[in-house]
Structures are given as C-alpha cells and as structure tokens.
Design a protein around this ligand. Structure first.
Ligand SMILES: Cc1cc2nc3c(=O)[nH]c(=O)nc-3n(C[C@H](O)[C@H](O)[C@H](O)COP(=O)(O)O)c2cc1C
Length: 361
C-alpha cells in the first residue's frame, strides 16, 4: 500500500455523488504504457501516494534469456529493490511486465527478473501493435485460450515457487468478444493471481467506449480478483466503471497523464466522504511536465527527444483540458527545449512572460 496522502493546499468543492464513497475504497493502479510511462513518469505520478501500484512498460521476450541490463532499463527501480520488491521513490510497488508467446522463454526470463528483485510480474495479453502481434505476442494470444493458459502456467510455476505474484492483463478479445470469458478462465486456470481487463478488443484499439459491463461478465466467470481498466478519465468515469464492472480496483492509464491529480481526486472523494477537489490547475500540470523534462535532462536525454516526449504527454492532456489544448497549439512546431518549457510555464499561451522554468534547466 502506498504511503499516506498529502493534499495540502488543494482546493475543493463539496459537491458529491449520491452514492456513499466511504463504503467503496478500492485500489488504484497506474497502467503500463510503452514509450510513455517510464520510471520518471512513475515517480512523478505516484509521488502524492494516491496510487497503490504501477506497472512497467513490457519487456519483450522472444526466445532468449535476456541480460540483466534489459530488466534494469525497463525497471530501474530494481536497482534499489529491497525484499518486498521494486518501489517508486514514494514507496509505491512496481510490477514488472513481460510480453511474449513462448512459455519456456517467458519462464526463463521470469526467473531472471525474480533473481534481480522483482516480486510482482504481469503478463501482457493486450498489446495491439502489428509488429508484436505478427510475432504472436500481446493480444494475438487471445485467439487461442489454451496458449494463454500455457504462458500463464509457465510463469506462475516459476513465480509461485519464489513467492512472487503473477498477474495477467487482458483485452476482451482479438477481433470480437467471443473468447473473453474463455481467455480469462484460461489465465485463472494457469495460476494467475489477478486479472486486469482493458475493456475493449484488439480491433477496438483505443476507441471509446470501453465496455465495462463485459468486465462484470468476466468477474462472474472467475474467482480471482479482477481489476477494471479503460477510459477512466474522471471521477465520474471511475464511479461508472466500478458500478458497471462491479470491480473494487481499477487501473488508470491515459487519464493519469491527462490529469495527474486523478488518483488523488478519487482518493480525496473517498476519504473525505464525498468532497470533490476542484479542477487541476494548469500550473500543476505544467509543473509536472517541467519536472519530467528536468529528470530527462539530468539523465542526459537529447533536448529534441525531450520535446517530443513532452508533446506526446501534452497531446494526451489537451483532449481533456482547454489550457493544455491552447498550449499545444502554440507549441506544436517548437523543437527547442527551453522555449518549449517557457511556453508551458508562461502566464498566457504564446506569451514570453514565463515563470522560472525549473530548478535545473
Ligand atoms: C501509448 C500506450 C502504450 C501502452 N503500452 C502498454 C504496455 O506496455 N503494456 C500493456 O499491458 N498495456 C499498454 N497499453 C495499454 C494501457 O495499459 C491501457 O490498458 C489502455 O491505455 C487503456 O487504459 P486507459 O484508457 O486508462 O488509457 C498502452 C497504451 C497506450 C495508449
């Protein structure tokens, strides 16, 4: 469980939902997002203690046992892992995700990850990328439940002998939902301790809506805990996803990038008995983007790459926040880091009167 929450200085209003939040506290996870959620993002998004766990980007396994540096690259938190496993600087546990289709190779790499300190493993059955699916990884396994079973069983065998949790992250299917329950049951029979369900098929990609009601059908078909995922952008979405899926626990993906206070917003509502935080101010969003840039600069990343990562994050924010949308429009052609950061922190989009950009830049 993550450390205690701090909401100091956060504005709130007392508009509440009709349901009683006090009866419903559940866990909040941060979704794995390749190319977006790395150790720096995990550190920033988990720093207020509102998240219960994070998941790494997937480590892709083909047929070989990967060297330790590959695991460290995906999960630098392993370098300082204690007996209870890797954690972010705010002590939020980090689960290491593997992607592949060869049970033996996955088991060998699970062993390697465990030897390096991983205590929680996750298996990716959801990646829609053509290159990954062509090589029979990610969502493509959802066409054959027996293969989902074989992959989970191989990794669970290794994991459980070492006292390590093994979870599976599934979509509702590849082209359609016909095998949704069969795949979930196959993962459970293989020994998965918990299932995370992104409530769309691979064909549905990331298009709304997420079919949270399908997660309820999966829950009814298995006895392991199920975590709901997909399209939770707001407190209202959170509550609706929980109500329709019946899940206690949810995983937040793009919603946490769009609103870095989303987990804290949900927690505040629950712990205060229905009080709601006001909208996340632009200053908090831009501060997070600038601190992300600062971490990347300190790690030696070239400025141009940092700018493109910032644009990627801002692009997710802009769909949900008008201020982010106007900053994105003003900065979309900017490729130099300093002007980009000045533009993020300027009092007006396109203005040159910026607040100090950051401590290190
Ligand atoms: C850019 C991007 C990268 C992703 N990478 C991964 C990944 O490495 N592993 C995985 O299991 N899911 C991955 N996903 C899927 C997310 O974990 C999540 O299931 C999906 O985005 C739906 O949740 P959301 O609507 O809250 O974002 C990725 C999604 C996006 C948008």
């Amino acid at each position: 469980m993550a450390q205690s929450l701090s909401y100091s200085g956060s504005p709130f209003s007392n508009t509440s939902f009709s349901q009683s939040p006090s009866a419903v506290a559940g866990r909040l996870g941060l979704a794995p997002m390749e190319g977006v959620i790395d150790a720096d993002t995990r550190a920033l998004l988990s720093e207020d203690g509102a998240l219960d766990w994070c998941v790494t980007e997937f480590v892709r396994v083909v047929d070989a046992k990967l060297p330790p540096r590959v695991f460290l690259r995906h999960c630098p938190e392993l370098a300082t892992a204690a007996a209870f496993g890797p954690v972010t600087p705010s002590s939020t546990p980090v689960t290491l995700q593997l992607l592949g289709s060869d049970p033996e190779a996955l088991a060998a790499n699970a062993e390697q990850a465990i030897a390096q300190g991983a205590t929680r493993l996750d298996l990716n059955f959801g990646c829609p990328a053509k290159t990954v699916n062509r090589h029979d990884g990610g969502a493509s396994l959802l066409r054959t439940p027996i293969r989902v079973h074989a992959v989970v069983a191989a990794v669970a065998d290794v994991g459980h002998r070492a006292g390590v949790t093994v979870n599976a992250k599934l979509r509702l299917g590849f082209d359609d939902k016909q095998l949704a329950l069969a795949c979930a049951q196959a993962a459970e029979a293989g020994g998965a301790d918990e299932l995370v369900v992104h409530a769309r098929t691979r064909r549905e990609s990331y298009r709304p809506p997420a079919h949270w009601e399908w997660i309820a059908r999966i829950r009814a078909a298995v006895s392991v805990p199920v975590v709901a995922n997909g399209d939770i952008w707001s407190l209202e979405d959170y509550w609706k996803a929980r109500t329709l899926s019946g899940c206690r626990d949810v995983m937040l993906g793009r919603g946490m990038l769009a609103d870095p206070w989303l987990a804290r917003r949900i927690r505040h509502w629950q712990f205060s008995g229905g009080e709601r935080l006001l909208a996340t101010p632009w200053s908090a969003r831009s501060d997070m983007l600038c601190r992300y840039a600062e971490a990347k600069r300190l790690a030696g990343m070239p400025d141009k790459v940092i700018v493109s990562l910032l644009k990627q994050w801002l692009n997710i924010m802009r769909g949900r926040d008008p201020e982010a949308a106007s900053r994105f429009m003003a900065l979309r052609r900017e490729t130099a880091l300093l002007p980009f950061l000045m533009g993020l922190s300027a009092s007006e989009p396109g203005s040159s009167s910026a607040r100090p950009v950051s401590r290190a830049i």
